[in-house]
Ligand binder design. Structure first.
Ligand SMILES: [Zn+2]
Length: 338
């Protein structure tokens, strides 16, 4: 039986089995962990659930104040580091290491979860190395990243690795029906458009505006035809991202970039759908609500030109996290997608 705190995960039974096994044999508790999985697969939820299961007197009951405070990021002994900028710099890392050296206040362990650990630069990784290799006696590190390759080898070789999978559409749809009571058609659509991201899928079924906006992304991409339409779409997207940059908070720049990155991932699904149709694999089409247009494009576009679009989007996503002017980046991209 796995701990109740793990019930919040969808389609991750392999990873949960690994962790439950560790929890059941507490004397072997490894202190440095690396959880990897695509964005939205639930790696943040899994890290918090694991931390709660370690700290909870009942092995992760989901009901006690320890479980609740850990799961909600309100426990002083379990710290979640959420990078404010697109890079975690060495000064910030040194502060985190100082915290790791402190004895836990009330609970058994001090647990430090670093979200987006792949945003560390080389200097940060190097300063972290020693503490990951030999953590202070009562400290546990949990690093989260999209892929193993995004963490330098010297760090990842010193961590116990847990890999999450992208949950499939059926698992997500069933979860949505159970959690929110929506009908199967809406659950299936939200699951498809979420790209495997549970949090996003849940927002689509609970907020119809957000779902409508997501469907609009597909229509806008399908309507791209020339430089002018590309320019106009770039303007619209940058304008929307500005809702995150209006306040003076430091984290807003990251949120604006994340918004555009998320947008580009949605754009990408149009081209991966076309690629699937060209390969005669219509089963896992994301934008099934626009199937006719996609089939038309699959027929009338060459495989090579579609692949060029996919590569251009990937390049743009990487460049997002370097200092670039967003308007220029998106105009150049959208003008060349067709
Ligand atoms: Zn508990």
């Amino acid at each position: 039986m796995s701990a109740k705190v793990f019930d919040a995960l969808v389609g991750q039974s392999d990873a949960i089995d690994v962790l439950q096994n560790v929890l059941d044999n507490r004397e072997h508790l490894v202190q440095s962990w690396l959880f990897t999985g695509p964005q939205g697969s639930g790696r943040s939820v899994l890290a918090r659930a694991f931390a709660a299961a370690i700290e909870c007197e009942n092995g992760g009951c989901r009901n006690c104040s320890t479980c609740k405070t850990v799961m909600n990021d309100q426990n002083p002994d379990v710290t979640v580091i959420l990078p404010k900028e697109s890079v975690i710099k060495v000064q910030e890392t040194r502060e985190i290491i100082k915290l790791a050296d402190k004895f836990p206040n009330a609970l058994k362990k001090r647990i430090i979860i670093i979200e987006d650990a792949d945003r560390m630069n080389d200097a940060s990784f190097n300063s972290l190395l020693k503490s990951i290799e030999e953590p202070p006696e009562n400290t546990i590190w949990i690093l989260l990243a999209p892929t193993l390759e995004s963490i330098i080898a010297t760090i990842r070789s010193r961590c116990q690795k847990v890999q999450l999978k992208l949950p499939n559409i059926r698992d997500i749809a069933q979860y949505l029906i159970k959690e929110t009571g929506v009908d199967a058609t809406l659950a299936e659509k939200a699951a498809r458009l979420s790209r495997g991201h549970i949090g996003i899928a849940k927002r689509y079924v609970t907020n119809s505006d957000e779902l409508a906006e997501r469907e609009q992304v597909t229509r806008d991409v399908l309507a791209l035809s020339d430089a002018v339409s590309g320019y106009l779409l770039a303007q619209t997207v940058v304008e929307k991202s500005k809702q995150y940059t209006s306040s003076a908070e430091q984290s807003t720049k990251r949120q604006a970039t994340d918004f555009i990155d998320d947008y580009l991932q949605s754009v990408m699904t149009v081209y991966t759908d076309i690629a699937k149709l060209q390969a005669r694999n219509a089963e896992s089409i994301v934008n099934a609500q626009n199937l006719k247009e996609l089939q038309h494009l699959a027929k009338n576009t060459s495989v090579d030109s579609n692949l060029r679009c996919i590569n251009a989007i990937q390049t743009a996503r990487r460049r997002l996290f370097v200092n670039v002017k967003l308007e220029v980046l998106l105009e150049a991209l959208f003008s060349n997608l067709n």
